[in-house]
Write a protein of this length. Structure first.
Length: 206
């Protein structure tokens, strides 16, 4: 059976931590591929500072360019409306009727999963894969996984030593003109700089 990872997010911008998470689950679960899916209008996050879907798609393509098992999908950006994971899963199920689906997410999304639209239906369609950014999250994530398993869900939680920075903080550093090479793929950083995204260097005059 084909095993497909689904990694959705605003990716505003996509950074090394995102790719690390995707690669960790790809290797741990022996996935055949990972679909990286930028959202159009996120339901669970306020779209403050959100650049266009096309620009975020391109940054994702750049970040994933060196991994032949990672693919970037425009399935949500093309929908031009709020991004509900349940609807995306349904469309992917039509394309891959016999595949096992693995929904990859960060810790914050996992902990709020029961607030998602038709989350119980998602549990029936996909295994949830959560990445802990900090060691202290392990107990909280484990408790959440137990509750979801009681509802019939399948969960995989990995404690990953990922780049611990939020996209909000990263955007602020980009605007300030700070060195972000430790967080961004060099080609992604070039793309941001060339287009002046996120007010690149605006605060520093760079």
């Amino acid at each position: 059976m084909r095993k497909i990872g689904i990694f959705g997010g605003t990716f505003n911008p996509i950074h090394r931590g995102h790719i690390h998470i995707a690669r960790a689950f790809f290797e741990h679960l022996h996935l055949d591929s990972v679909l990286i899916i930028p959202t159009q209008v996120p339901v669970h996050k306020a779209p403050q500072g959100l650049i266009s879907g096309e620009e975020r798609l391109e940054m994702c393509r750049i970040a994933a360019r060196n991994d032949p098992h990672f693919f970037v999908s425009a399935i949500e950006v093309e929908r031009k409306e709020k991004s509900y994971t349940y609807l995306t899963i349904q469309r992917l199920r039509e394309r891959y009727p016999d595949a096992a689906l693995y929904l990859i997410m960060g810790s914050d999304m996992f902990l709020s999963f029961t607030t998602w639209y038709r989350y119980r239906d998602i549990l029936q369609e996909a295994t949830l894969c959560a990445a802990a950014r900090k060691n202290r999250q392990q107990e909280e994530l484990a408790a959440c996984a137990r509750r979801l398993r009681e509802e019939g869900g399948r969960c995989v939680v990995l404690d990953l030593n990922v780049v611990d920075i939020s996209s909000t903080e990263l955007r602020a550093r980009i605007q300030a003109g700070d060195d972000v090479s430790g967080y961004l793929d060099g080609a992604v950083e070039d793309y941001i700089r060339e287009r002046g995204l996120y007010g690149h260097g605006a605060q520093s005059g760079k």
